[in-house]
Design a protein around this ligand. Structure first.
Ligand code: CDP
Ligand code: CDP
Length: 214
């Protein structure tokens, strides 16, 4: 039976860097679900749709062709037959709109189905906001990564991005459909004051204590 390690947490907490390294260490496929919501947001903006107009977002969904091919041990996002670059996925426009698109229940239903289907690839490390609470709630390997708001803002600034983290977190925690929560039974790791490598070691130790056979 493949294992799924779920890693959730707020924006710029370090979860994708940690998840990528944990996946590499274990030889599992890394799946960043934030990029999937970012790709849909790119599609919505590209079609001239107001991301705050939920009905218009729902109406455009059938026209979006979305795939998650795997290479180099991780999934990528392909939209309407094209690979999206990191610059496109992390553009200021997408940062500002992604939480509005991600709170639309129909968007989540579609992406959660795609995320669950990735189990066909074998064992996964999947990171996002609702992976331990909604996508794979039965996984025994749930981690929640946190860091203080100041540390998260300074990490994102160091990446050179304009990103209103506090506003994105507010919308992500307040939405009705799959809000950001600490999943039941998750190990909470605050990595405000430790290095990336130390955080990875803590995650591997927690997984080991939970009986992960690596
Ligand atoms: O990297 P960062 O934490 O800033 O963001 P991300 O993981 O790329 O996620 C971008 C946005 O997608 C989040 O602010 C959420 O609105 C949404 N998201 C979500 O709703 N559910 C997920 N499983 C992953 C991301
Ligand atoms: O995926 P998420 O938005 O939660 O965060 P990330 O993009 O993985 O991490 C944001 C930045 O913080 C990256 O440049 C990481 O290398 C850095 N980071 C760090 O300096 N120390 C940590 N303990 C964790 C992350």
């Amino acid at each position: 039976m493949p294992s799924v390690i779920t890693i959730d947490g707020p924006a710029a907490s370090g979860k994708s860097s940690i998840a990528r390294l944990v996946a590499k260490q274990l030889g599992y496929t890394f799946v960043g679900t934030g990029n999937m919501y970012r790709a849909f947001t790119w599609a919505v903006l590209n079609r001239g749709i107001d991301p705050g107009d939920a009905a218009a977002v729902v109406a455009v969904l059938p026209s979006i062709v979305f795939e998650c091919p795997v290479s180099d041990g991780q999934t990528h996002v392909r939209l309407d037959g094209h690979d999206l670059t990191a610059d496109q996925l992390n553009s200021d426009a997408v940062n500002a709109a992604v939480s509005l698109v991600a709170r639309v229940p129909e968007v989540r239903t579609r992406l959660v189905a795609d995320q669950r289907a990735l189990i066909r690839l074998g064992s996964l490390v999947m990171e996002g906001r609702d992976i331990g609470s909604v996508v794979f709630p039965d996984s025994p390997f749930k981690i929640y990564i946190d860091a203080s708001e100041e540390v998260r803002a300074s990490r994102r600034r160091a990446q050179g991005q304009a990103d209103n983290l506090a506003e994105r977190d507010r919308i992500d925690k307040a939405r009705k459909s799959s809000p950001l929560v600490v999943p039941d039974g998750a190990t909470l790791i605050d990595n405000s004051a430790i290095t990336l490598d130390e955080a990875v070691q803590l995650v591997l130790q927690a997984l080991n204590e939970r009986g992960l056979k690596s």
